[in-house]
Design a protein around this ligand. Structure first.
Ligand code: UDP
Length: 487
């Protein structure tokens, strides 16, 4: 088993002391100019949403923010807004993604390949234009999603502070930082495949990684795995070049992982309810169906199963049938998010008579205001794919999980939920990767009758609330970062 000894103990407060003021910072302090952050997410839902929440928090502190999406995502975000809910201080900007109309923009590899070629040029032009038009509000900091961390080269060229943002668990980053050592020790080959059938263990408080649960693992397609693995190697470089590494986690749930990452600054949980008075969310690619909230109002407290697999996961029609039957046989009310492409890119078809049989206790929608749903007192269980944003939101609202990971880091997030925080149960697949209606119904019953899981969920919820309270770990980290931007 691979284990690790080297711990970094610096926090973002220490970072302040480590980096003396640059001449640019001194000049800004003297001239009294307003800091201006350019925030750039990878063009996918799970990246745009947390960065939008971070931007809202930053703007609330009087710092100007320009949020840059690709034109394709920009149009989706504008369409997703029912009302324009952004706080003042954020400008939405867009740049081309370099693809032609016929290209598949849902394919992350096609998109990434094009962004690597074209984004630095488009961003440089945008920054020059902004700086030309805003003499007193020039871009002073670029916050780049770690998935496109190479744009921090642009930040350096224009004299802006390079900041990376990690929309995933700190544990995943700790693993990525260990890749060179894992290769050297013979635990990984150069394609990221585990060479021994052992575990990779970085700390007792971080779940170990099994062979096919590394965030880049794609055992059925080595070519895809190599591309994922290369992205992780690039992220490793970004972590070294960035001056700060902001992360949507909080110290209390990931203290061991944070200790393994120099420069980390945990600023999570990033929640709309923490950054916007109205707690309206921004950055959804779909229009949120708010009728589910009034439906929840009419359900008994703690009774509802909320089922959502995020923005990417897809399932076979057979698997969706089985899930529908599992939910039906549970006998409980449920709110199910079914995106129009959930059934392998097509509309889901239900078992015969299913909709009629569950009509009086089921609500099916295409997209929800998820944070508000999870915060609703009627919700008693989150059947989730364990994407990191969903994980942080469920943790922060104190909702017990039923875990159904789909790919990438979601398996490790499941292990955190079930083995470390002990706030959920696994929905185990059979040898063909299929979850039966019997397994689903049984685990729903077990979760609802498990008091210790419910108590643990409320404990981590408390920790989450404390972290953002004045004097809490996240509150202080964020203040340190903001004060640094203001210098
Ligand atoms: N989400 C939402 N409404 C839905 C389903 C998901 O607002 O009906 C949001 C959810 O709150 C989260 C994001 O979409 O912030 C999904 O991110 P996550 O990392 O959980 O999964 P991904 O989509 O990246 O797989």
């Amino acid at each position: 088993m691979y284990t690790v000894n080297d711990l970094y103990t610096n926090t973002c407060t220490d970072l302040e002391l480590e980096h003396p003021l640059t001449s640019q910072e001194v000049a800004m302090a003297v001239n009294g100019k307003r800091p201006h952050a350019l925030v750039v997410p990878f063009p996918a839902q799970g990246h745009v949403m947390p960065l939008m929440k971070l931007s809202q928090k930053i703007a609330n502190h009087g710092i100007k923010v320009t949020f840059v999406n690709t034109e394709y995502v920009h149009a989706k975000v504008l369409a997703g807004f029912r009302l324009l809910v952004l706080v003042s201080g954020i400008e939405l900007a867009s740049i081309p993604d370099g693809l032609i109309p016929e290209d598949d923009r849902e394919n992350d590899f096609t998109v990434t390949e094009s962004l690597v070629r074209t984004m630095p040029g488009y961003l440089t032009d945008l920054i020059e234009k902004i700086n030309c038009e805003n003499g007193d509000e020039k871009i002073s900091c670029v916050i780049a999603d770690i998935a496109i961390g190479w744009i921090l080269d642009v930040a350096k060229k224009v004299g802006a502070e390079p900041v990376a943002f990690l929309p995933a668990a700190a544990a995943g980053m700790a693993l990525i930082l260990h890749i060179p050592k894992l290769i050297e020790a013979g635990n990984l080959d150069i394609n990221g495949t585990m060479m021994r059938s052992e575990l990779i263990n970085l700390s007792d408080e971080i779940p170990p990684w099994k062979r096919n649960e590394l965030s880049w693992s794609f055992s059925s397609d080595l070519q895809t795995q190599k591309i994922f693995f290369e992205c992780c190697l690039t992220a490793e470089q970004t972590a070294h070049h960035a001056k700060w590494l902001l992360c949507n986690t909080f110290h209390e749930i990931e203290s061991s992982a944070c200790k393994l990452i120099p420069k980390i600054c945990p600023v999570g949980p990033l929640l709309s309810s923490n950054s916007l008075k109205s707690s309206a969310s921004g950055g959804s690619f779909w229009v949120e169906d708010t009728t589910c909230l009034s439906w929840l109002d009419n359900q008994p407290v703690g009774s509802v199963i909320y089922v959502s697999f995020g923005s990417i996961a897809i399932f076979s029609q057979d698997q969706l049938h089985e899930l529908a039957l599992g939910l039906e046989h549970s006998g409980r009310p449920f709110l199910w998010v079914i995106r129009s492409n959930l059934a392998n890119g097509s509309h889901a078809e239900y078992p015969n008579g299913f909709q009629e049989r569950v009509a009086n206790r089921a609500k099916i929608v295409e997209w929800t205001p998820q944070e508000k749903v999870l915060a609703h007192s009627s919700v008693g269980c989150f059947l989730s794919h364990c994407g990191w944003n969903s994980t942080v939101e469920g943790v922060s609202m104190g909702v017990p999980f039923l875990c159904w990971p789909y790919f990438a880091d979601q398996f490790h997030n499941q292990n955190y939920i079930c083995d470390i925080w002990k706030i959920g149960l696994r929905l185990n697949p059979d040898e063909n990767g299929f979850r039966s209606s019997h397994e689903i119904k049984t685990k729903i019953g077990m979760l609802f009758s498990d008091h210790s899981i419910r108590e643990n969920s409320l404990k981590v919820k408390e920790m989450s609330i404390e972290s953002v309270n004045e004097s809490g770990s996240t509150f202080q980290n964020f203040e340190t970062f903001i004060n640094h931007l203001k210098i």
